[in-house]
Structures are given as structure tokens and as C-alpha cells.
Design a protein around this ligand. Structure first.
Ligand code: SAH
Ligand code: SF4
Ligand code: F3S
Length: 463
């Protein structure tokens, strides 16, 4: 943490203390998170700052301070934020002391900030993705001076290490290994709102994970928009495979996951490191986006259907038990019925365990938004339904394949649907429900997979 940020945190602490005394009760703060794991990790840092400043955490938007950490990857993410704002504005009418903040990816878009500035005067603070570590400074200014603070930077700066963090789970944690993205897939807004790719120093990453492990963490998820290009721009270049191998050597750490892998950069070195390290979970999220070479080219993805299938083949040869998941976009500009059939063909051939399917959403400022031949909504909807059917029928059959085996599961929670049961996650990311109680949460146990139900198992603990 920078020294000025530490000082800002001390100042905010004083302000919160004074307010707490004035109101005769503690102040509460609620962080609402939209979007991907990167945003969830950012929210843990935002909460870390707020708790360190003396706020109590709340999961209700009735809280004294509500902060929305936004996503803008598809239009519906934006629509959801505006829904929440309408609602929270009504609450603020009843409680004028309430403070409302917005940060995250959507605030890196000038038009959105302008809209908030003009049409949503009840929003008190706005900041972006590059300056989340300045939350204490910004919020304190708002609380002291009573004026609106809008502070968005248009460029990334240095990586700030050692922010306070409030982890959601005691036994697992996300760990950023890099920020930003240099790929500029033609449909995607992330490079514009998260900036250029920056890798953290491997020493900082290993130190953070060692600290987490001392604190009880047994599973980490290494996070980046394209982890396979990790380390290329460091003063002393390191490959993602080398980093992963080093992480696996940390004693006490039991499971390692990572997200996301761009197919164009997934090396044979990485496959070999995964295969030799049993700590690396047998799950790979490998977004294919489309099965058509023409569309993949227009998307700027730098691989073909055949090279993707060949990569899947190499991965499965090295790790036959691996589970593969993917992201697919339907209705990219110019997508014809033949292009779409190529995507269906990839799904049939790879047999993904599951796939996130998205309707193409034009994002202002991206090249695809200006491409001709935008596909009509009714055509997209019809294709989307066909794809979803296929993905689900294959996924549910895929998940049957381990029935009858005994596999280690990390118990994550009580099973909300059935009292007396807990929910565990297998290395391949599939869930299993079985008899057990709270004492199992955060532990890895061997579970016999008795029955498959669509996308999860019912099992029995083996002792
Ligand atoms: N960095 C990750 C993806 C981040 S965004 C990667 O490259 O794999 C998560 C997913 O959202 C993408 O894989 C893509 O399928 C989807 N997506 C991104 N932009 C989109 C858009 N404009 N419309 C629809 N889906 C989109
Ligand atoms: Fe977006 Fe492509 Fe970067 Fe993923 S790799 S964040 S899809 S530009
Ligand atoms: Fe959304 Fe930003 Fe993640 S746009 S998907 S929250 S990087």
C-alpha cells in the first residue's frame, strides 16, 4: 500500500469514528458486485478498506454506504445497474445521509459517467478500475466536504500491492496475477476499461499465496483476462507455466485453479506442468467464442476451428479426465447459418462439460459494433435456443461419466435445498451434495458419487 493511501485510510477511520459517535451506532457498508471474478476480487479489496476504516459489512442496500462495483461487458450488465439505482434512490429519499458510490468497469466509459453526472445527482462518489485503492481518500472527501467526488483516470498506473482484503471464504481465494488485456477481440470492451496488460512480479504473487495459506486457505484461483500471456512483459520474463509450477510447490496449498485461458496462447509447456502437478484442478475454461474460421478472424481471436480442436486433443491426451468448459457468442455481426453450424459442430466434437452462451451485445467503441450485417434479434434468439439445447444435453451426459467413482471434494457450504447435506466441489468443478454438517466446510473429503442429476451428483462420504 502506498504511504498516502495509508494516511488516507487513517483519515477515513477518524471520520467514521466521529460519525459513529454522532449517530450512536456503527456505520454499515454494502458492496454490490457485478461481473467476473476480477471484479469479485476487487470488491474484496474495497470491503477490506471499508472494514479497516471501521464500517460494518452489510449485504443489504439499506446500508449507510452502498457501493456498486460495475461490469459493462454486455448491455444487460449496464441495465441491471440502472435498475438498482432507481431502487436505491428511493431509499435515499427516506435517509438523506445515505452515501451512494459507483466504481468499476462501467465507470471507465465517458458516456456512462456523463449520464450519472447529469441524470443521477444522488450518486455521491464515482471512481474507475485504475484507482480502486483510492477509495478511502475519495469517500473521506465526500464525508468531510459533503460534495460529490467524481475521479476517473483514463489510464492505468502502477500496481499497488498489499491492500487490505476481506475474503468471502476462509479456505479459498482469488489471486490476481495480471491486470488488463492486450488482445482487443473485436467485440470486447475489457481492454478499453481495464487497460493494457500488466503482470505482477512472481515474488509478490508467491508471497501473497504463502500468506493466504498461513491464514487457512487451501485453494487458490489465479486470475487474469488471459493468464497464458502472463509474465511476457516483466523485466525478467516468466511464463505462466513456470509461475503455476512454483505455486504448486507451496506447502499446505491443496488446489490450484486459474481463469481465463486464451486458446491462442495455451502452450505445451503449460499442459505438461498441469499434467505433472496433481494440485492443479482438472478443469480448463477455454473460451472458443465461435466455430467458424471467418467469424473467429473477424473477432480477432488468432486461432481456427481446427487449431482449437487440435489443442483440445493435446490437452485430453495429457489429462484424459479433464473437464472442459467454454464461452460462446451467438449472433456476432455477419454470422450466417453455416457459421453457426460450425459452432454447433465444435460443441458436438469437444463435448464441453458446460458452456456459457451469450447473445452478442454491441459495445460502443469496439470495432465489431461498427461492422455491417448485424444479425437480426429473432435469428439470434432462435440460434441461441438451439445452442443452449445442445450444450445442456451434452453437458448433462458428460457429467454422468464419473458416477460410481470416489473423488475428493472441497466442501464449500451447507446444501441450502436439503437440510443435513453439504455441497462440495470436485477438482473438475462439478458439485456433489452429500450428508454432512458445518464442520466439513473448508475441508477436502473423499466422496463416492452415487447418482448424477443433470449437472451435479448426489454422493456419500467415504471414511
Ligand atoms: N478474458 C476472457 C473473457 C472475458 S469476458 C477471455 O478472453 O476468455 C467473458 C466472456 O464474455 C467472453 O468470453 C465472451 O464470450 C463474452 N463477451 C465479451 N464481450 C461480449 C459481447 N460484446 N457480447 C457478448 N458476449 C461477450
Ligand atoms: Fe476481451 Fe478478448 Fe481480452 Fe478476453 S482476451 S478480455 S475476450 S479482449
Ligand atoms: Fe465485466 Fe469488467 Fe469483468 S467489464 S466481465 S467486470 S473485467
Amino acid at each position: 500500500m502506498l504511504s498516502e493511501e495509508r494516511a488516507a485510510l487513517e483519515e477515513l477511520k477518524k471520520t467514521v469514528q466521529e460519525e459513529t459517535e454522532r449517530r450512536g451506532r456503527p456505520l454499515s457498508a454494502c458492496v454490490v458486485t457485478f461481473g467476473c471474478q476480477m471484479n469479485e476480487r476487487d470488491s474484496e479489496k474495497l470491503k477490506g478498506i471499508l472494514l479497516a476504516a471501521g464500517f460494518e459489512e452489510s449485504d443489504s442496500e439499506e446500508a449507510d454506504f452502498v457501493l456498486y462495483n460495475t461490469c459493462t461487458v454486455r448491455e444487460n450488465a449496464n441495465t441491471r445497474l440502472y435498475g438498482h439505482l432507481g431502487h436505491v434512490n428511493n431509499m435515499k429519499r427516506q435517509h438523506p445521509d445515505k452515501i451512494i458510490g459507483i466504481c468499476g468497469c462501467m465507470m471507465q466509459e465517458k458516456d456512462e459517467v456523463e449520464r450519472i453526472r447529469v441524470k443521477y445527482p444522488f450518486v455521491d462518489i464515482v471512481f474507475g478500475t485504475y484507482n480502486i485503492y483510492r477509495l478511502a481518500e475519495i469517500l473521506n472527501r465526500r464525508m468531510r466536504e459533503g460534495t460529490r467526488v467524481i475521479e476517473v483516470w483514463d489510464k492505468e498506473k502502477e500496481i499497488v500491492e498489499d491492500l487490505p482484503v476481506k475474503r468471502e471464504a476462509a479456505w479459498k481465494s482469488g489471486v490476481n496475477i495480471m491486470f488488463g488485456c492486450n488482445n482487443f477481440c473485436s467485440y470486447c470492451i475489457v481492454p478499453y476499461v481495464r487497460g493494457r496488460e500488466r503482470s505482477r512480479d512472481p515474488k509478490d504473487i508467491l508471497r501473497e499465496i504463502e500468506t493466504l495459506v498461513r491464514d487457512g486457505v487451501i485453494e487458490v484461483m489465479l486470475l487474469g483476462q488471459n493468464v497464458n500471456s502472463y509474465g511476457k512483459n516483466l523485466p525478467e520474463p516468466v511464463s505462466f507455466a513456470q509461475l503455476l509450477d512454483a505455486v504448486c510447490q507451496i506447502p499446505g496449498l491443496e488446489r490450484v485453479r486459474f481463469m481465463t485461458s486464451h486458446p491462442k496462447d495455451l502452450s505445451d509447456e503449460l499442459i505438461a506442468v498441469m499434467a505433472k502437478n496433481p494440485k492443479v484442478c482438472r478443469h480448463l475454461h477455454l473460451p472458443v467464442q465461435s466455430g467458424s474460421d471467418g467469424i473467429l478472424k473477424a473477432m480477432n481471436r488468432h486461432y481456427t476451428k481446427e487449431s482449437y480442436l487440435a489443442l483440445v486433443e493435446r490437452i485430453r491426451t495429457a489429462m484424459p479426465e479433464i473437464s472442459l468448459t467454454t464461452d460462446i457468442i451467438v449472433g456476432f455481426p455477419g454470422e450466417t447459418e453455416e457459421d453457426f453450424e460450425e459452432t454447433m459442430d465444435v460443441v458436438r466434437r469437444v463435448r464441453f462439460d458446460s458452456a456459457f452462451t451469450f447473445i452478442y451485445s454491441p459495445r460502443t467503441g469496439t470495432p465489431a459494433a461498427k461492422m455491417p450485417d448485424q444479425v437480426p434479434q429473432e435469428v439470434i434468439k432462435e440460434r441461441f435456443a438451439r445452442l443452449l439445447d445442445l450444450v445442456q444435453s451434452i453437458g448433462s451426459r458428460q457429467s454422468l461419466r464419473d458416477v460410481g467413482r470416489t473423488m475428493p471434494a472441497l466442501v464449500e457450504s451447507l446444501d441450502e435445498a436439503t437440510p443435513g447435506r453439504v455441497t462440495g466441489r470436485l477438482g473438475n468443478n462439478v458439485c456433489v451434495h452429500f450428508e454432512g454438517d458445518e464442520s466439513l466446510i473448508g475441508h477436502i473429503v473423499n466422496v463416492h458419487l452415487d447418482e448424477a442429476h443433470g449437472f451435479y451428483y448426489i454422493g456419500t462420504e467415504e471414511t
